[in-house]
Design a protein around this ligand. Structure first.
Ligand code: OGA
Ligand code: MN
Length: 281
């Protein structure tokens, strides 16, 4: 008998899961299947003070798909990447400033990888103030369009770049920074993603630079307007972290961002990423 309960946290995104024994997340326990279905249905799942150990987190993520090991080496456990602005704990911390803007992970990969399927964060240290993680459903953003907009936007394509997301936090880059950003190739994605499941979502966020074939400013204004509409406070679940919390999100159908926090804060999240197996199409 399972005492698992799943309670919605807002109208269109997020649910809290209680009654879970972390030991049941690994192996073949049917509870993991229930959780995966809940993730598809809710976009974000919150497990308060679960106290999930890093190894168990990686094991659970294996049930969702292949684990991203491209950022290994910053933490003793393979499959764990520390999300922190503390450069002593993470040498690539500078790039994380871009997480303060709404985004979908993996829209500008180095190669041709598909966006990650899901991401898990567990809180090791939390910020004294701020540092919430905020989520908005990209499926709900599509559904909220008018029929006319669904029709018009269904054919649009958008160029995404690392430069676009980094410029938002570093508007006056050095020549060297700019060259580094530009060494990552750009990616063109449809604005509307038709998933294998048949569901549709909007592909928006910090990496979205311009709309192909549209006047630059007009296209950027459209992207900004759509992002604003997708992330109005009523559509957002904001997670205030306690140590030991675990949150998992469906990266393909959810936009996320970190709320600002003191750059000197000890805030540290342990992240495990499940690789995607579906192109944006
Ligand atoms: C991420 C991310 C947000 C946060 O790990 O991809 O965007 O709140 N994190 O740290
Ligand atoms: Mn992210």
């Amino acid at each position: 008998m399972s005492l698992l309960t799943i309670t919605k946290l807002s109208a269109c995104v997020g649910a809290e899961v209680t009654g879970l024994d972390p030991a049941r997340l690994g192996g073949n326990d049917p509870v993991a299947e229930t959780i995966l279905q809940a993730l598809e249905d809710n976009g974000v799942l919150v497990f308060r003070e679960l106290g999930l150990q890093p190894e168990a987190q990686v094991q659970f993520c294996r049930r969702l798909g292949a684990i991203d090991h491209s950022s290994d080496g910053h933490h003793p456990v393979a499959g764990i990447y520390p999300v922190t602005l503390d450069t002593a704990k993470n040498a690539s911390a500078a790039y994380l400033k871009a997480t303060f803007d709404w985004h979908i992970d993996g829209c500008t990969p180095t190669g041709d990888d598909y966006p990650q399927k899901a991401t898990v964060l567990s809180a090791v240290q939390v910020a004294d103030r701020g540092g919430e993680t905020e989520f908005a459903s990209a499926y709900a953003a599509y559904e909220a369009l008018t029929d006319d907009e669904k029709h018009r936007f269904g054919v649009l394509r958008v160029v995404h770049s690392l430069e676009a997301s980094q410029r938002r936090v570093t508007p006056d880059p050095t020549a060297e920074q700019l060259a580094r950003w530009r060494s990552r190739r750009t990616h063109e994605h449809p604005l509307v993603w038709t998933h294998r499941s048949g569901r549709k979502s909007l592909v928006l966020g910090a990496s979205a630079d311009y709309v192909v074939g549209m006047d630059l400013d007009e296209g950027r204004a459209l992207l900004a307007e759509l992002l604003d509409r997708a992330t109005i406070p009523d559509n957002v679940y904001s997670h205030s972290w306690s140590i030991g919390d675990t949150v998992i999100w469906d990266n393909r159908g959810v936009l996320h961002r970190a709320a600002p926090y003191d750059p000197d804060s000890q805030r540290e999240m342990l992240r495990t990423t499940v690789l995607g197996d579906e192109p944006i199409q």
